[in-house]
Design a protein around this ligand. Structure first.
Ligand code: ZN
Length: 164
């Protein structure tokens, strides 16, 4: 694809150094592929990148970050969202996700779907392949009949008094 500048290093391993992304979906996917390059995944060797588009056009990227204590590992999608929220952003238009799977569009794990859903159900999720091809879906489609922050405010049959 023409969106990526790929060079071959001394070790013959192709690395994506930079992409000059066009605006729009392809650009967001390109940024998710760039983010994938920073994946820290010595245990799974499964690189994932994400690029999150905020309402004002700002893009936050994330990669998976694993840990010797396996269950502390954080997914690329959650990393990107946490970065955005920590900088004051809560309104998102889309997220693109990239992996090294050649024959399959990378799909977010259940935990990340819930993490996305916290910030609304009607925003776009682009599941991509390394060649830049993608499937467009939404948070609502990935996590139907979901539980979210609005549900906590709904009428209940029982209310805990004074925190007990
Ligand atoms: Zn995940």
């Amino acid at each position: 694809m023409g969106d990526l500048q790929i060079i071959v290093g001394e070790d013959e391993e192709a690395r994506i150094l930079s992409c000059a992304p066009p605006d729009g979906i392809k650009g967001l996917i390109c940024k998710s592929q760039e983010a994938k390059e920073f994946a820290y995944c010595p245990y799974s060797n499964f690189r994932v990148g994400a690029a999150l588009l905020a309402h004002d056009g700002t893009v936050f990227t994330g990669c998976n970050v694993e840990n010797a204590c396996y269950n502390l590992g954080v997914c690329a999608e959650r990393n990107a969202i946490a970065k955005a929220v920590s900088e004051g952003y809560r309104n998102f238009k889309a997220i693109a996700i990239a992996s090294d799977l050649n024959e399959q569009f990378i799909s977010p794990c259940g935990g990340c779907r819930q993490f996305m859903r916290e910030f609304g159900t009607h925003w776009d999720v682009y599941l991509s392949k390394p060649d830049g091809s993608y499937v467009e879906t939404t948070v609502a489609q990935l996590l139907p009949v979901s539980f979210g922050p609005e549900d906590l405010k709904k009428k209940k049959v029982f209310t805990i008094q004074n925190g007990f």
